[in-house]
Design a protein around this ligand. Structure first.
Ligand SMILES: C[S@@+](CC[C@H](N)C(=O)[O-])C[C@H]1O[C@@H](n2cnc3c(N)ncnc32)[C@H](O)[C@@H]1O
Length: 225
């Protein structure tokens, strides 16, 4: 008889999520895939944010946590802090355990919640980013207004998406509740108050990806308040 010795971390993970409605093994695969395949997109989003060591930065929909990890490196040695919010309890629990040390050092903060009701004060963040996430927002205008509210005057919002991959998933109806509509996203950003809303393309490993960028005008926001 062969004995399978499970990796301890996997075993803890399986135990923790065994009672959830999706089998734990699927979560492990999902995290593994997110972590490996999207790392370069998360890093690109962080780079586009131009994070300085004293910046407070928000990631919405951090999933496997690669973006939080890379962003936290940018504020190492400064007074800055990286905040993450995700609607998935599994993602939040995973990040809480993965970043235990950085959370204790007050460099990372993770919250369970939705982009439509952000638990932060107005004008908190120097930048915010999200990767492969806006497709899942049920109320796009509320989401964009909330992001605008918590961003500081003069700050920027970055969104990177694997548009081709999600368009294929949508076409195959694999994620029916998802809306792959970048134009609606961009219009909603403008309606919420963002300026200079634009898309730039970049290439990674021979594939072209869009990055959506939007700014919060330094003066305009002050006038609106
Ligand atoms: C496709 S995953 C992307 C995860 C990660 N950014 C990446 O690229 O690997 C989408 C993430 O957004 C989160 N999410 C979906 N709707 C959300 C909402 N309304 N508010 C906050 N997070 C949300 C999901 O739980 C999930 O972690």
């Amino acid at each position: 008889m062969s004995v399978i010795r499970p990796n301890l971390r996997v075993a803890v993970f399986v135990e923790r999520f065994a009672e959830s409605d999706i089998p734990a093994q699927l979560y492990i695969l999902k995290f593994h895939r997110m972590r490996l395949s999207n790392r370069h997109l998360e890093q690109k989003a962080v780079d586009l944010c131009d994070i300085q060591p004293d910046h407070d930065v928000l990631e919405v929909g951090f999933g496997g946590g690669e973006g939080l990890k890379y962003a936290a490196k940018q504020v190492r040695g400064g007074s800055g802090k990286i905040f993450g919010i995700d609607i998935s309890n599994v993602c939040v629990q995973h990040a809480s355990s993965k970043f235990k040390r950085l959370i204790r050092k007050d460099k990372i903060d993770v919250s369970l919640g939705t982009v439509g009701n952000l638990p932060y004060e107005p004008n908190t963040f120097h930048s915010a980013f999200h990767v492969n996430t806006f497709f899942f927002w049920s109320n796009m205008s509320l989401a964009c207004s909330e992001l605008y509210r918590v961003l500081r005057p003069g700050s920027k919002l970055v969104s990177v998406v694997d548009l081709k991959h999600y368009s294929v998933l949508k076409k195959k109806n694999l994620l029916p509740m998802m809306s792959v509509d970048p134009i609606n996203y961009m219009f909603s950003l403008e309606a919420a108050g963002f300026t200079d809303v634009r898309v730039e393309y970049f290439e990674e490993r021979g594939v072209e990806y869009p990055a959506f960028l939007a700014s919060v005008e330094p003066d305009l926001k002050v006038e609106l308040e």
